[in-house]
Design a protein around this ligand. Structure first.
Ligand code: SF4
Length: 177
């Protein structure tokens, strides 16, 4: 039986949701028997491939780069999963939303630094006016809340998804599993 194509994507998040995914520990072995991780910060793939079955998305959509990436990922993915509160609600990245982007840059790169203050013009992607949850940009099929979601919740969701089912997480997440 061929393996499903699984991907994970890191937008504006702290990597904690990916760390929680790794906390599956030995439970990653049965996942690896049924799914091939074709793109992720955890592997060395450079290009997001076409025809991915399931993609887990960590983080909010905060920059022009995030915007371009999530649109491309949505086009190439059958089942898109918002993994964690930053993807689901904007959460921590959304804390900047009450402020003007210019003031955020000023605070981060001028007021709070002592060495070579200045707003970067290269490498750092341009911020959008607001950090947005993923479903405000593209359709999302499954929401996995939590900051981060526990390994048990992620394990249940991924196991269901690789079996071709949409996970019903209401009972697990309601009681803080
Ligand atoms: S939901 Fe929490 S753990 Fe996940 S990326 Fe956001 S802040 Fe980090």
């Amino acid at each position: 039986m061929s393996k499903i194509k699984l991907a994970t994507v890191w937008l504006d998040g702290c990597s904690g949701c990916h760390m929680s995914f790794l906390d599956l520990d030995e439970r990653l072995l049965p996942v690896a028997q049924k799914a091939e991780l074709v793109y992720s910060p955890l592997v060395d793939a450079k290009e997001f491939p076409p025809d991915v079955d399931v993609t887990l998305v960590e983080g909010a959509v905060s920059s022009e780069k995030d915007l371009h990436k999530i649109r491309m990922v949505r086009e190439r993915t059958k089942v898109l999963v918002s993994l964690g509160d930053c993807a689901v609600t904007a959460n921590v990245p959304g804390m900047r939303n009450p402020f003007l982007t210019a003031d955020v840059y000023k605070r981060a790169y001028i007021e709070n630094v002592t060495l070579e203050p200045g707003v970067p013009t290269q490498v750092v992607p341009a911020l959008l006016p607001f950090a947005r949850p993923v479903h405000e940009i593209v359709p999302v099929d499954v929401f996995v809340p939590g900051c981060p979601p526990s390994a048990d919740v992620i394990c249940f969701a991924v196991t269901e998804l690789i079996e071709g089912r949409l996970p019903n997480l209401s009972a697990m997440t309601r009681f803080g599993a």
